[in-house]
Design a protein around this ligand. Structure first.
Ligand SMILES: *Cc1c(COP(=O)(O)O)cnc(C)c1O
Length: 310
């Protein structure tokens, strides 16, 4: 980061940002990339670019792009969400989607986009499902966007090359700042025309950054060095999962790639968390996320603390 070559990225003159955008596009098998400060912003740029005021996007009720982004598409874009029931693996029923698509009628918003997520709370989207969505979108002339904040966890877990799991989507946003370990940043990828239009929206949203090469350098490092090692995060989660199952029973613990969900009652969790904290481990509720800065020694300590909880 300290030795990154920089320029003014608002004018497209930061060589490190440009390299990150091109590297990302090539890695994912798309034409072009756009660096942004957060996944919330790159998802919003995608929605603003695919849709216009009075359009509608179809999305899962628990999806980040519906529930956790402050309603940005509606607030800032006049784009109405149409939230549907969502499977734990991030899927929406295809017949629910078809039923939600509005006919061309002045009473209705125009259905324009389907937004999906991979992974969803750690769960990879089934591979066949992306193809089905692609067919459906073609048939109904809809665009598709994938919130792939943790797309590399899905790729590594399922042993897919990244282009294989994103080829069915028109655009994809992914985070450099989750398991990949960079401090800041997300990248939006898609075809040239889409990214060019997105660049305009990024400026509107205040996401055009000047000497952003210092943070893009960390993103490039993460993409070049930290993808394969996501497999260790999955192994660490699986080890801790076994210890939690031994202590709390299989019905109360869920494992999904690098995430664990511990569904025990509040009081039991509070005394468990206090026990862990005494041993130097602080946890949230109900989700635990494994990442590259948790060492094997750390995992061993967590396992030991779980089994010593009375
Ligand atoms: C983290 C995350 C995002 C983006 O969040 P930012 O904090 O804005 O970078 C989007 N979708 C999902 C599923 C996420 O986990």
């Amino acid at each position: 980061m300290a030795s990154a070559r920089v320029g003014d990225d608002v004018y497209g003159e930061d060589p490190t940002v440009t390299e990150l955008e091109q590297y990302s596009a090539e890695l994912m098998g798309k034409e072009a990339g756009l660096f942004g400060p957060s996944g919330t912003q790159t998802n919003l740029i995608a929605m603003l670019t695919h849709c216009t005021r009075g359009d509608e996007y179809i999305v899962g009720q628990n999806a980040h792009t519906f529930k956790y982004e402050g309603g940005g598409a509606a607030v800032l874009g006049g784009i109405q969400p149409n939230p549907l029931a969502m499977g734990v693996d991030g899927t929406l029923q295809l017949n629910d989607i078809v039923a939600a698509i509005k006919p061309d009628d002045i009473h209705f918003p125009k259905t324009r986009l389907v937004c999906l997520e991979n992974t969803h709370a750690g769960m990879p989207l089934p591979h066949y499902y992306a193809q089905e969505i692609n067919q459906l979108c073609k048939e109904y002339d809809l665009a598709s966007h994938l919130d792939g904040a943790r797309i590399f966890n899905a790729a590594v877990f399922g042993n897919y090359e990244p282009p294989d799991i994103v080829k069915d989507f028109d655009s994809v946003s992914f985070c450099l700042s989750k398991g990949l370990g960079a401090p800041i940043g997300s990248v939006l990828i898609g075809d040239e025309g889409f990214i060019e239009a997105g660049r305009r929206w990024r400026k509107v949203l205040g996401g055009g950054m000047r000497q952003a090469g210092i943070i893009a350098a960390a993103g490039l490092y993460a993409l070049k060095n930290n993808i394969d090692s996501l497999a260790y995060d999955h192994e660490k989660a699986s080890e801790v999962f076994s210890a939690l199952v031994a202590r709390f029973g299989a019905n109360n613990v869920r494992l999904a790639t690098n995430m664990l969900h511990l569904e025990i009652d509040k009081e039991l969790h509070a005394s468990f968390a206090a026990h862990l904290e005494k041993g130097g481990v602080k946890v949230g509720r109900p989700r635990w996320v494994m990442h590259k800065d948790i060492s094997q020694t750390g995992v061993d300590k967590i396992k030991q603390l779980i089994s010593s909880f009375k």
